[in-house]
Design a protein around this ligand. Structure first.
Ligand code: ASP
Length: 425
């Protein structure tokens, strides 16, 4: 009788726990991990395997996720000639702004140095830091001699290059490419689902790793995490208010204040949902009804941006990759900085516009430059707070691109733009 009662209490508690939103579960996992780790001290090391299991599970996702979603991202560009031209413009614009975003992230991370003084020790279980290869070698090596070997050994940059090339070829062969594209779309969908399932394990993985970190390093680790949040928010503010305003004023000759007024609603949805894909309907409405962008442009450039343009995510990866390097006392060479910029820019193409996707992609960036993956789990505890800011940047970046491209194509109603206040609210 009493076992039955215990069982039903346990299942009630479990049902309640499952009803808690994932980001909050992760936060709870982090806080409990810190408390348990601080209480157990050195003994908390025994909880680390739970965290390592989670890190391995995330790693399992990287290659297939990047490969399939990148192909889907590239093939989502249509092949008619106008679409081709606008697609090309968007692609170049997206890549350029993303690499600037990550550079801002690296600069802010370098100035604020959130990880310095954490003195964490890498146990070598994941990936050891290698001798830095020369620039020429790095460039030559991004083209795989054997794509299957690149996939099998997880050489991400090579996988990205091959996926982009294959995606472009599939578009170029037209009708005959459609069956293969459908297969990749279905596989990408399955990988998103799997990511979703793996992320459900995050609260426990984060618990294990935070307990280990807090046990080993004490509570001194809290301050650096707060600094990461501050650094990411400062970087995002600089990118939106500084860089985007500059582009709107100089390239499109438009008033940025009108722009920000017009996109308030989409920004709010992005910030609260942490999903640029989920924000797409709100962005469309802002683009058409507040900014005066012709639907012909917005219905192509915005979904493309939602799939491939992630300035906020790239910026966050810059800050957090530096944080991890600083926390483990690893000095990065400038080749590694360039590699981070390149990988994060290309990885942003393969990042899905859903909550937490950027965290999975962070493992990719860390792996490429040989930084310890334990860093991902440390960041995971505060990831939702960072996700809110980076998603708002992602969405406004898509809208900036759409505005600039609409203007260059003569598809922007400037009277409507200048009258712009957020009519969608
Ligand atoms: N949540 C982000 C977005 O939807 C992606 C990310 O996790 O960085 O844009």
């Amino acid at each position: 009788m009493s076992t039955q009662k215990t069982q039903s209490t346990a299942s009630r508690i479990w049902a309640r726990w499952m009803a808690v939103p994932l980001w909050m579960q992760i936060l709870i996992g982090m806080i409990l991990g810190i408390l348990v780790g601080a209480a157990l001290g050195e003994q908390a090391t025994s909880l680390k395997p739970i965290g390592s299991l989670f890190v391995n599970t995330i790693q399992m996702l990287i290659v297939p996720l990047v490969f399939c979603s990148l192909i889907v991202g590239v093939t989502s560009m249509q092949d008619t000639s106008k679409m081709g031209r606008i697609g090309f413009k968007s692609f170049v614009f997206y890549l350029a702004t993303t690499s600037i975003a990550i550079t801002i992230g690296l600069m802010v991370g370098g100035l604020l140095q959130p990880g310095v003084g954490l003195n964490m020790v890498h146990d070598g279980a994941t990936q050891a830091v290698k001798e830095a290869p020369s620039v020429v070698d790095t460039l030559i090596n991004i083209v795989p001699t054997n794509p299957v070997a690149a996939l099998a050994s997880g050489k991400i940059l090579q996988v990205i290059v091959f996926a982009v090339a294959l995606g472009i070829s599939l578009v170029l062969i037209g009708e005959r490419g459609k069956p293969a594209i459908a297969v990749f779309e279905s596989l990408a969908e399955a990988m998103f689902k799997l990511t979703d399932m793996v992320m459900k394990l995050a609260p426990y993985g984060v618990f294990g790793l935070m307990a280990w970190v807090a046990g080993e390093y004490g509570l001194d680790m809290l301050m650096p995490l707060i600094k990461v949040v501050i650094a990411v928010y400062i970087g995002c503010a600089l990118h939106i208010l500084g860089f985007y305003s500059l582009i709107l004023t100089t390239v499109a000759k438009l008033n940025p204040i009108k722009f920000f007024k017009g996109i308030r609603n989409a920004m709010a949805v992005a910030f609260t949902t942490s999903s640029s894909a989920g924000t797409l309907p709100a962005s469309m409405k802002c683009a058409n009804e507040s900014l005066g962008i012709n639907k012909k442009i917005s219905s192509f450039v915005l979904p493309l941006g939602t799939t491939i343009n992630m300035d906020g995510t790239a910026l966050y990866q810059g800050v957090t990759a530096l944080f991890v390097a600083q926390a483990f006392g690893i000095d990065l060479t400038w080749v590694e900085y360039v590699t981070i910029i390149l990988t994060a820019t290309l990885a942003s193409i393969g990042t899905a516009g859903v909550p937490g996707a950027g965290l999975v992609m962070l493992t990719l960036v860390l792996t490429t430059v040989g930084l310890p993956l334990e860093g991902v789990a440390i960041i995971a505890g505060i990831d939702r707070v960072l996700d809110m800011a980076r998603t708002a940047v992602n969405v406004s970046g898509d809208l900036v691109a759409t505005t600039v491209i609409a203007k260059s194509e003569g598809e922007l109603d400037e009277v409507q733009y200048n009258a712009s206040t957020d009519k969608t609210a």
